[in-house]
Design a protein around this ligand. Structure first.
Ligand code: THU
Length: 140
């Protein structure tokens, strides 16, 4: 599969899981509901949604929730992730989530950005999402 083919769409199973997760988002402060689903190295699909609270900065992004659930399940690596935001604008991972994604992916992992109604906007590699990143190797 070429890079262009790899980037031509978002996997339907992850899109469906992210859309379902978005329905459970708890975002009464921003009213911005996000759903995500990642595929682990072993092939498991793990969803996440954003969870806010009254102390606004303590809210947790959808991606962070899915990554925590993946680690809890015993896995440490994922190959791709779908992020679904609201409306037609791309919901790309925030800076903190880019670093969290960085920790548990290889540079070729795919980040698919999809609208809430399932339209694929674009796909980035992890390296494109967070170029020249600092990671575990820097501490060896
Ligand atoms: N949010 C996510 O969960 N993921 C993203 O990729 C971008 C933003 C959440 C954080 C907050 O609960 C709400 O969206 C508005 O920023």
């Amino acid at each position: 599969m070429t890079d262009i083919e790899k980037k031509s769409g978002a996997p339907a199973d992850l899109v469906a899981a992210a859309q379902a997760a978005q329905k459970n988002a708890y975002a009464p402060y921003s009213n911005f509901h996000v759903g995500t689903a990642l595929r682990t190295e072993k092939g498991a699909i793990i969803p996440g949604c954003n969870v806010e609270n009254a102390a606004y900065p303590e809210g947790v992004c959808a991606e962070a929730g899915a990554i925590s659930a993946m680690v809890l399940s015993g896995e440490r690596k994922f190959s791709e992730i779908v992020v679904v935001g609201m409306g037609d604008m791309a919901c790309t991972p925030c800076g903190g989530c880019r670093q969290k994604i960085r920790e548990f992916t290889g540079p070729d992992a795919l980040i698919h950005i999809v609208t809430e109604d399932g339209r694929h906007l674009f796909t980035l590699t992890r390296e494109e999402l967070l170029p020249h990143s600092f990671g575990p190797e820097n501490l060896k």
